[in-house]
Write a protein that binds this ligand. Structure first.
Ligand code: KG4
Ligand code: ZN
Length: 324
């Protein structure tokens, strides 16, 4: 089956054409240059850039693949910035109609963890996934492509968001995550220890806003160097993740662990998790940040199960699993 995947949930316009497990062509156009000016993603600007890029990107893919027609168009419908999601959804729907093929809607956070199956064909259900990005820090369990349950969510900021915000305070360009990761890995000196939050109620949820404030104060008030702040922040954020994942494993039983989402590109995170858990499946780095391959692949399996996008389906900034 040939599937075109379209992803515009945030600041990457991405598209991929896949044929079963084979990637025929893929493109990612990052908007980092645009959002650097604002120090974060400006939704309306993001949306306009998606609109400018989508058609050219599609023509490129058609050119590279000699016009192989998709059997289905898979579109990110949730979660993300609404104006950004709308561009991909409108383009994808119009394209599917013009080609006379069905469309299928994909939740891109679920796709972040599902794409591990493309990289690791031996990975069987059920498995547990930690998905860490600029918008989410969640643990979900996959029993099938359409049977995914939420085990832990963040109560405030996502880990990537915290790295970007603390980085911004220290004068690092958006997105600061990769830079903080590098500093944390290389720095060998003393560093501040930030508290790992514990909730009174029985929950595996994450909280990163306390360490965000502590990191900011360490830099602004106490004059701690950016390198030491980066190391302290990464140590605390990753320790919280390890503690939660261990609690989940103890209570809910062992499952292989997948790690995906933009922050999963972090070498620091990868190193610590490989030391702590056996059978960790890290999503390959090029599929960690937002991409079209994960949308096409997840969409293909949803379509095979009979899902299609209904005419009245709307984009959903929150995402299916995260509505309480
Ligand atoms: O999944 P993604 O591309 O977009 C969202 O859906 O949010 O994730 C983007 C996030 C940003 O916060 C960025 O700083 C972070 O991923 N990131 C990293 C690394 N590469 C990207 N964080 C730490 N280390 C990295 N190497
Ligand atoms: Zn994402």
């Amino acid at each position: 089956m040939v599937v075109l995947g379209i992803e515009t949930s945030c600041d990457e316009t991405a598209m991929a054409l896949i044929k079963d497990e084979e990637i025929l062509a893929h493109r990612v156009s990052s908007q980092i240059d645009l959002h650097k000016i604002f120090g974060g993603v400006l939704p309306e600007a993001s949306s306009r850039r998606h609109l400018e890029v989508l058609y050219t990107m599609y023509r490129d893919i058609v050119g590279e693949t000699d016009g192989i027609k998709p059997d289905v168009v898979a579109i990110t419908m949730s979660p993300g910035l609404q104006p950004a999601l709308l561009m991909g959804a409108s383009f994808g729907r119009a394209l599917a109609t013009a080609l006379g093929v069905p469309a299928v809607g994909v939740d891109h956070v679920i796709a972040h963890g599902y794409v591990a199956r493309l990289a690791y064909p031996e990975l069987a259900f059920p498995y547990r996934a930690l998905i860490v990005s600029g918008g989410h820090t969640v643990v979900v369990e996959y029993h099938d492509v359409d049977r995914v349950s939420l085990v832990a969510d963040t109560r405030d900021d996502a880990m990537g968001e915290v790295l970007d915000k603390v980085g911004r305070v220290m004068g690092i360009d958006y997105p600061a995550g990769p830079h903080i990761d590098k500093m944390a890995l290389e720095y060998q000196g003393q560093y501040p220890r930030f508290t790992i939050p514990r909730f009174k109620d029985k929950t595996y949820d994450f909280s990163f806003s306390g360490m965000k404030t502590a990191a900011r104060l360490a830099y602004e008030r106490d004059g701690v160097s950016p390198e030491a702040v980066a190391r302290g922040l990464m140590e605390a954020a990753v320790k919280q993740i390890v503690v939660r994942l261990k609690d989940i494993e103890n209570d809910r039983g062992y499952m292989p662990l997948v790690v995906g989402g933009g922050v999963a590109a972090s070498k620091f995170l990868r190193k610590k998790l490989s030391e702590q858990f056996k059978d960790v499946y890290f999503v390959p780095r090029e599929w960690c940040t937002d991409n079209g391959v994960m949308i096409a692949y997840t969409g293909m399996h949803l379509y095979e199960k009979g899902y299609t996008l209904s005419v009245d389906a709307e984009v959903d900034p929150v995402g299916v699993l995260w509505h309480e």
